[in-house]
Write a protein that binds this ligand. Structure first.
Ligand code: IVH
Length: 669
């Protein structure tokens, strides 16, 4: 292929993939299958690797991340990021309206209403249509440069095309983790024995500041755009329409209102409906629509006078606590659940609520028979927020937490520093046994989709399967004894089990269910150690050398391989033919010439874009840090770099190298 052909194809593929991404993520439509999409993307990746000079600024390949930022650079906002005044009642809103009317001296005005999205605000700076910076709110004046992480969010355009794109503009929006993504993430965390995250907002905030952008990409954040700055328009409504035309994700919940009465209608309209939206919202933002009027109204020290928020009251209801039940998970962790007198709350009947752990029950001082307040937060499961003590009667009894496993009767234990109680009967407690098998067969693990929860339950009850390795000893005559299994479904199940033997090592490592070893950690361990035997024989110190592995994980892995039953289980799986080795490398390595060398790239360069340099460093075994520190080996300095970085590097004795020094280093000179 000639370079010219490659350039043409890269450009066409970029456009195609971006088109389908927008269709899929923003419009919930698809014109091609997932497989076809993956093929297009794979072709683009391979062409870009061969011809990096033709990578487009809006290449969708950036969405998968891969850069590591140790310390985010601080950036001063061009327009400060202010907060909004809050109102909680119709009266307060009418007062706001009066202030607006007075400020505009009798001129007519309109409002524009949006929901108040509960996420993390972000400033997106575009130059010549290309996203150049994503900055967090910070203290409102300066925030953190999180551009690499922001680029992984698929609904944020990397490049705007069309007519009359202003040379420079800024978009403000809210980054959030959709409720379903949050629920799935928590399910995965529970599965590997990690504590659940408390809420979607904090999780989104933590995610956008993660150091590894590839991890951010996996978290599936989304972003709603709600402001546009630096354009010459007359109304906020026009700005919203522009954002839509430029393919930003704009929540289709906004409305222009002619007066405060219509605003109140809007507030009422969304009070319940907002709970069905894919993200959490906690109120409404009311903005004066005319930008000229916005300017006339101006700002107070902290917030604009032309906009305000109305906060919804969290809907809460009181109902009787009939009892507490206890669930035992795969890791033996016990979760208490409040069993409630069914009550209608915000559109659904609530019968159960989560209570987290024994500390939470003690904090609430719960008695069986109490009337408790139940609230629906961002989580799909409602929570108990307090007790209506005025309704407590004499016959209620304080809750005594169970001391024996409700499933197998074993005395529960509590690990120091952890809130949860555990059932220590790892090999004999039914939900732990079945949980391990369910974990083993899940899609991200061995992916045996012909096996479901019900079948596992039957296989366990009939005594055929007690550990994952038992699956590989299953015979036709066993499965025929299960309810609803006939010749064809038996073949299907056996085929699924057989096929799973080819599952790559990293998935097997995740499947065997070492505590704290999630999918990502399993991948890193597999790539680093290459075989189960090397992991098994590694010392604690050696485990700690692997990427992503800290004390907690290292300890857990080390202990896992010191248990005879785990070794036996793995040996049986080895005999069955599962994959316990890999030769997969960190993606597309070219050499190790920069191994153990760390770089900070700063300024602009003659021959390379900054991203290209980053990629070259990573592909050749080097690491990228974003801040200059004593640990840094090289500052790769281009033109126009900031004086502070240079000064710091000189002070710390970090080597400062030029573009051509770097080329020499790569060539091994
Ligand atoms: S406009 C002057 N619109 O609320 C601030 N903000 O308290 C103008 N927010 O930091 C912001 N949804 O993160 C605006 N539809 C919306 C919003 C929204 C959520 C957040 C934003 C801001 C905070 C203001």
């Amino acid at each position: 292929m000639t370079p010219a052909q490659a350039q043409k194809e890269i450009s066409a593929l970029t456009e195609q993939v971006n088109y389908h991404t927008h269709l899929y993520y923003q419009l919930n439509k698809s014109e091609i299958s997932d497989y076809e999409f993956d093929q297009l993307l794979a072709r683009l990746v391979s062409l870009e690797n061969e011809f990096p000079q033709f990578r487009q600024p809006d290449s969708p390949t950036q969405r998968v991340g891969g850069t590591i930022t140790k310390e985010f650079e601080t950036v001063v906002h061009k327009y400060p990021m202010l907060s909004l005044g809050n109102t909680y009642s119709q009266e307060e809103l009418e007062d706001f309206d009066k202030r607006v009317a007075r400020g505009l001296e009798g001129d007519p005005y309109e409002y524009f209403c949006e929901l108040k999205f509960d996420g993390v605000s972000i400033s997106l700076v575009y130059e010549n249509g290309v996203l150049v910076r994503g900055v967090t709110r910070g203290d409102g004046v300066r925030g953190d440069n999180v551009t690499n992480n922001v680029k992984t969010i698929r609904s944020i355009p990397l490049k705007i095309t069309g007519k009359n794109i202003p040379p420079s503009f800024e978009v403000r929006g809210e980054i959030f983790m959709p409720k379903t993504v949050f629920a799935q993430l928590n399910k995965e965390r529970e599965d590997i024995g990690e504590e659940r995250y408390a809420n979607a907002r904090n999780t989104a905030a933590g995610t956008i500041k993660m150091q590894d952008s590839a991890e951010v990409a996996k978290r599936k954040l989304d972003c709603y755009a709600y402001s546009l700055l630096g354009v010459e328009t007359e109304t906020h409504e026009e700005n919203i329409k522009l954002l839509e035309a430029w393919k930003f994700n704009v929540s289709q919940t906004y409305k222009k209102c002619r007066n405060i009465a219509e605003v109140l209608e809007y507030i009422l309209y969304w009070e319940k409906r907002r709970l069905e939206l894919p993200l959490e919202t906690d109120g409404v933002v009311i903005k004066v629509n005319s930008l000229e009027q916005q300017e006339r109204l101006g700002f107070t020290a902290k917030s604009p006078r032309f906009a305000i928020s109305y906060k919804y009251k969290a809907e809460s209801i009181s109902t009787r606590l009939n009892g507490i039940t206890y669930q035992v998970g795969r890791t033996g962790a016990v979760t208490p659940v409040a069993e409630l007198e069914p009550v209608f709350l915000a559109g659904t009947t609530v019968k159960r609520a989560s209570l987290h752990n024994a500390n939470e029950i003690a904090r609430l001082n719960l008695h069986i028979g109490d009337y408790v307040f139940v609230e629906k937060g961002g989580e799909i499961i409602p929570k108990v927020t307090g007790v209506d003590v005025t309704k407590r009667t004499k016959d209620t009894k304080p809750v005594t937490y169970i001391d024996k496993c409700p499933e197998c009767g074993t005395k529960l234990t509590r690990i120091e520093g952890e809130a949860a109680h555990y059932c220590p009967n790892v090999t004999g407690c039914p939900p732990q046994i079945k949980g391990r098998i369910e974990h083993f067969i899940q899609r991200k693990a061995m992916d045996i989709d012909s096996l479901g929860e019900r079948t596992i339950d039957q296989l366990y009850k009939l005594g055929f399967v007690k550990t994952p390795a038992d699956l590989y000893d299953l015979k036709r005559e066993h499965i025929l004894q299960l309810d609803g299994f006939k010749d064809k479904s038996v073949t299907n199940l056996l085929d699924g089990i057989e096929k799973s033997k080819a599952t790559p090592f990293e998935s097997v490592l995740f499947a065997i269910g070492i505590r704290y070893v999630g999918r990502t950690v399993a991948e890193k361990l597999a790539r680093y150690f290459k075989s189960i035997d090397k992991i098994k024989n590694a010392s604690l110190e050696e485990l700690l050398q692997a990427p992503e592995v800290g004390e907690k994980i290292a300890q857990s892995v080390y202990e896992f391989f010191r248990k005879a039953e785990n070794i036996r289980e793995i040996d049986r799986m080895k005999k069955a033919g599962l994959q316990f080795e890999t030769n997969a490398k960190e993606p597309e390595k070219e050499s190790d010439i920069l191994a153990n060398k760390s770089f900070v790239i700063s300024g602009t360069f003659q021959k390379y874009e900054r991203e290209q340099l980053q990629e070259i460093i990573l592909k050749n075994g080097g690491r990228i840090l974003s801040g200059v520190s004593g640990k840094l080996d090289y500052l790769l300095a281009g033109d126009n770099m900031g004086p502070s970085k240079l000064e710091k590097a000189q002070k710390l004795g970090v080597k400062i190298i030029s573009e051509s020094d770097f080329e020499k280093m790569l060539a091994g000179k």
